[in-house]
Design a protein around this ligand. Structure first.
Ligand code: G6P
Length: 611
C-alpha cells in the first residue's frame, strides 16, 4: 500500500507525478504530496485524495525537472497534512517518500530523541529519514553511503526515494519487500510502485530487487547492493497497453472490470485450453508435473478475494485430483509453526503479487522445502519472482479496489490446473475431462449473457440498498461465492454482511433473521439444490427477505424467493465463475445508489504491502 512516483529528466516533473499518483491511488488515498526541486526544495502535502492536493496547488509555481510524489494509506499516524509524505529531513536538505513499515522505528526514534532531534509527524518514515540525515551529517559520508548504513539497521519493509537539495540531478531509491519499477526513457527516468504511471512514456523497465539501491540521473541508472557492489540492471519490456488502465467510457473501473470478464476469462483460457486436441497446455504445471502428481497435500495461501478463490479451488482439487487441500490465510500461516513436508505443494494466489503476508508465507514454506506455485495477475511481481513456477491469470490491470475480474481469472486458472493434474493422475476419466473442458470454454459466453441484462440486478440493488445487514448463504462450490458476495458488499457499500455455509446458518446467524434482513442465497442447480431449498424455507419461515441467484428456468425458487437473479446452467465445478457475477453487480449498484466512491472505498487499499 501507498503509491510512490518520481521523475528525473528534462520534462516538467509535476504533471507526470500528479498523473502517476492518480493511477496509483488504488494503493491508498488518505493523503498525498509532492516534493519538487528547482532553485529550492519545495514540499506540498494535503490530507485526502490526490484531487484535493491538485486543487490546493492551483496557481503555484511548480516548475521543476525532478520530483517525488506519494499517495498514502496510513499506518503510523492518522491521515493528516503533517503525516502525509514527502517528509523533510532535519537538515532541510532531503525529502523522502516511503512505502512500507519500519518495524524498529521506535528504537531508532528514541536514539534520535536522545540526540536532541524533534519530529513533526507521527510516522516511521520521518524517523528513518532523520536517521539517514544524522548519519550523513555526522559521518561526513555521501548520501548513498548514509542510506546504506541506515538500511543495514532497519527492520521492516520499504521502498524509499530520496531527493537531495545538494544533488539536484539525482534520485536515490532502495527497496526491501515493497515494489519499485524504474522506467527508462531517453535522458529521463520514471519511478513508480507499479508500471501504470510509466507505461505512457516508455515500455522499458527495470524491477528493483530487495536490498538493492538505485542511483538515478537523467542519463544514468546505477544499481548496487547494500555491500556497494554494482549490479547490471535487467531491462524488461512491458506487456501492457495504456487503454488497459483507463476507464474507457465506464463510470467506474469496477464496472469496466466486471464487464471485461468475458474477455479476461477468454484470454486466460486462450492458448491453454485446446478443446479440439483435448489438451490443456500450462508450462508451469508441465515442468513440475511429477512433483504435483506426487504431492501428498496442497496448501493454498492467499488473502481477501484471492483466499475465496482458494476455497473454491479446494473443492475442485479434492474432487478432481483426490489430493487433500488446506486453504490458509497467509497472515495466520506465516506466524504459525506450520507442518510442511518437502513434498508439499504451496499454491500462492494473489492478484497484485505484492501482498506482504502472502509473500512472507511462501518464503517460509520455501525454506522448508515446499514447491511454490504462484497463481498471479501481475507479471514480474514480487511473489512471481519468489515462486518456483506458476501460471499468470492474464486478467490485465485491475484498478478498482474491490477485486472482480482477477477472481474469475484465478478460478479459470485453478480449474484448468486441477483438470490437467487430474487427467495425468488418472483420477478422472476422459469423458468427464472433455465435458469439463467444454464447460470451462463456454464460460466467457455465459458471462456475456449475464451482463446483457443487468437492469434486474440494479433494481434489486436499489430495493435493498437501505438494509443495515445482509446475510449470504451458499453450499458446496457456491459457499465461497457467498463469502465473496458478502465481502464485495462490505467493501464498497459499507453495509455489514456475513457469508455462511447455508446449513451452518442454523448454528447462529439464524438469530439475526427478521423481516428486515435480506438473505442472499447462491442457489444454482447442483447436487445440493434440494438442501438449499430447505434452508431457504427456514429463512422464509422467519420472514427473512430472500434474494436468490438461480439457474435459468428454476421455477421452484422463483416462486419462493422475493427476488431472483438468473445465470445460465453450468456444471457445478465451474458454476462459481457465473454465480459470482450477480454478486459483484449487486454490490456495485448498491454502492453507486448510496453515492459512494466504489473504486476507492474508505480505509481500503488494493495492494497490501504491509502486514
Ligand atoms: C486487498 C484488496 C483485495 C484483495 C486482497 C488480496 O485487501 O483490496 O481486493 O483480494 O488485498 O490481494 P492480492 O493482490 O494478494 O490478491
Amino acid at each position: 500500500m501507498c503509491g510512490i512516483v518520481a521523475y528525473v529528466g528534462t520534462r516538467e516533473a509535476y504533471p507526470i507525478i500528479l498523473k502517476g499518483l492518480k493511477r496509483l491511488e488504488y494503493r491508498g488515498y488518505d493523503s498525498s504530496g509532492v516534493a519538487l526541486l528547482s532553485n529550492e526544495l519545495s514540499v506540498y502535502k494535503k490530507k485526502g485524495k490526490v484531487a484535493e492536493l491538485e486543487e490546493s496547488l492551483v496557481g503555484k509555481d511548480l516548475h521543476a525537472n525532478i520530483g517525488i510524489g506519494h499517495t498514502r494509506w496510513a499506518t503510523h499516524g492518522e491521515p493528516s497534512d503533517r503525516n502525509a509524505h514527502p517528509h523533510l529531513s532535519p537538515s532541510g536538505k532531503l525529502a523522502m517518500i516511503h512505502n512500507g513499515i519500519i518495524e524498529n522505528y521506535g528504537q531508532l526514534k528514541s536514539e534520535l530523541l536522545k540526540k536532541g532531534y524533534r519530529f513533526h509527524s507521527d510516522t516511521d518514515t520521518e524517523v528513518l529519514l532523520s536517521f539517514i540525515d544524522d548519519i550523513r551529517e555526522h559521518n561526513d559520508c555521501s548520501l548513498e553511503e548514509a542510506i546504506r548504513i541506515a538500511l543495514k539497521r532497519v527492520v521492516g519493509a520499504y521502498v524509499i526515494v530520496i531527493l537531495d537539495r545538494d544533488n539536484p540531478n539525482t534520485l536515490i531509491a532502495a527497496r526491501k519487500g515493497s515494489p519499485l519499477v524504474i522506467g527508462i526513457g531517453k535522458g529521463e527516468h520514471f519511478l513508480a510502485s507499479d508500471a501504470s504511471p510509466i507505461i505512457e512514456y516508455t515500455k522499458e523497465v527495470v524491477y528493483i530487487n530487495d536490498y538493492e539501491l538505485a542511483i538515478i540521473r537523467p542519463d544514468e541508472l546505477i544499481l548496487k547492493n547494500l555491500g556497494n557492489e554494482t549490479i547490471t540492471p535487467y531491462i524488461q519490456k512491458l506487456d501492457m497497453e495504456l487503454a488497459a488502465i483507463e476507464k474507457g467510457g465506464y463510470d467506474h473501473f469496477m464496472l469496466k472490470e466486471i464487464f471485461e470478464q468475458p474477455h479476461t476469462i477468454f484470454d486466460c483460457l486462450r492458448g491453454r485450453l485446446e478443446l479440439s486436441e483435448g489438451k490443456i497446455h500450462m508450462r508451469g504445471v508441465e515442468e513440475h508435473m511429477e512433483q504435483l502428481k506426487q504431492a501428498k497435500r496442497i496448501i493454498i495461501v492467499a488473502c481477501g478475494t484471492s483466499w475465496h478463490a482458494g476455497l473454491v479451488a479446494e473443492y475442485v482439487f479434492e474432487e478432481l485430483c483426490r489430493i487433500p487441500v488446506e486453504v490458509e490465510y497467509a497472515s495466520e500461516f506465516r506466524y504459525r509453526n506450520p507442518v510442511i513436508h518437502p513434498g508439499d505443494v504451496i499454491i500462492a494466489i494473489s492478484q497484485s503479487g505484492e501482498t506482504a503476508d502472502t509473500l512472507v508465507a511462501i518464503e517460509k514454506a520455501k525454506e522448508q522445502g515446499a514447491l511454490i506455485f504462484g497463481v498471479l495477475n501481475v507479471v514480474g511481481s514480487s511473489i512471481a519472482r519468489a515462486s518456483h513456477a506458476g501460471a499468470y491469470t492474464h486478467a490485465g490491470p485491475e484498478i478498482g479496489v474491490a477485486s472482480t475480474k482477477a477472481f474469475t481469472a484465478q478460478l479459470a486458472v485453478l480449474t484448468m490446473m486441477a483438470l490437467k493434474l487430474a487427467m495425468e493422475k488418472g483420477t478422472i476419466d476422459a469423458k468427464r475431462y472433455q465435458h469439463l473442458m467444454t464447460e470451462l470454454s463456454d464460460i466467457p459466453e455465459k458471462v456475456q449473457t449475464i451482463l446483457q441484462n443487468t437492469d434486474n440486478i440494479r433494481m434489486i440493488a436499489e430495493k435493498y440498498a437501505d438494509a443495515r445487514d445482509f446475510l449470504y448463504l451458499g453450499r458446496g462450490y457456491n459457499f465461497p461465492v457467498a463469502l465473496e458476495g458478502a465481502l464485495k458488499l462490505k467493501e464498497i457499500s459499507y453495509i455489514h454482511a456475513e457469508g455462511y455455509p447455508a446449513a451452518e446458518m442454523k448454528h447462529g446467524p439464524i438469530a439475526l433473521v427478521d423481516d428486515q434482513l435480506p438473505v442472499v442465497f447462491i442457489a444454482t442447480k447442483d447436487a445440493y439444490h434440494d438442501k438449499i431449498i430447505s434452508n431457504m424455507q427456514e429463512i422464509k419461515a422467519r420472514k427473512g427477505r430472500v434474494i436468490a441467484v438461480i439457474t435459468e428456468g428454476d421455477t421452484v425458487i422463483t416462486d419462493m424467493a422475493d427476488d431472483v437473479m438468473t445465470v445460465p446452467a453450468a456444471d457445478e465445478i465451474v458454476a462459481p465463475l457465473l454465480s459470482v457475477i450477480p454478486m459483484q453487480l449487486l454490490a456495485y449498484y448498491i454502492g453507486v445508489h448510496k453515492g459512494l466512491d466504489v473504486d476507492k472505498p474508505r480505509n481500503l487499499a488494493k495492494s497490501v504491502t504491509v502486514e
